[in-house]
Design a protein around this ligand. Sequence first.
Ligand code: SAM
Length: 282
Amino acid sequence: MATVDIDPLARDLRFTSADFRRIRTLVYDYAGIALNESKADMAYARLARRLRKLGLSGFGDYLDLLQADPAHPEWQDFINALTTNLTSFFREAHHFDELAALFTAADPGAPFRVWCAASSTGEEPYSIAITLAEQIRTRGGKVEILASDIDTQVLQIAASGIYPAERLAKMSRTRVERFFLKGCGANEGKVRVRKELRESLRFFQLNLSADSWPELGMFDAIFCRNVMIYFDKPTQARLIERLAALMTPSAKLFLGHSENIQYLTDRLVPSGRTSYRLGKSY
Ligand SMILES: C[S@@+](CC[C@H](N)C(=O)[O-])C[C@H]1O[C@@H](n2cnc3c(N)ncnc32)[C@H](O)[C@@H]1O
């Protein structure tokens, strides 16, 4: 593996190329995240806060602490620090139109099950819940929405449903009024997802690269958007196979706009803009 040029003078905590190589191995083994060589500065910036909190002056000591104990609680902070959680409400909005159409066409007698598999701070699963709540008004029916992420910090934000009000800037007034409460006093400038909508979702931690997942059941739609970009090809291929195995025959898998899986599997076929269905032979 090539070494990266890390200028010790630019940093107050000891951080060597060997430390960065160790970080890359650990985060890959634990979460499937393939940090490329250009991410040394990012890794330093994000983990420096952890070292300071623990009173450590060098990354070597920090990594020794992790490697000495696979059950050390610091592991979760290490992973939380290295994930990238960028998201927004109704991101890649065309997928929510496809979701509404999929729901409308589904058997109204059976619960419609959706899994949002890298839900970050919650904007994506709440967008799913809003889309389906709007459809339920006219069509009726029941939905079950599961939302998971590896990062426990973002899951806490998601479950609280509290956001800066500007996150809703692009949302229609009707939606804002129906699904959110505006904060006042100490909560001025914040909004909170209404309780009914919050309670229609179940948030839990799940590592997509873990060897085993809990029993999840089958889904009519899976959103796994903008997370595979952090994985290498073998991890992506394995994940796609595992997701495909959880799709009902009419289900759709929604991926991020830059996540093309056509060369990774023949099990799924395109069925919209970065959305996929099971191929005919499956
Ligand atoms: C860029 S965000 C995408 C959020 C949302 N899906 C969207 O498209 O707006 C990527 C999310 O994937 C999560 N993630 C990264 N590795 C993961 C893994 N191995 N298992 C589960 N989630 C993971 C991160 O914590 C982060 O919240």
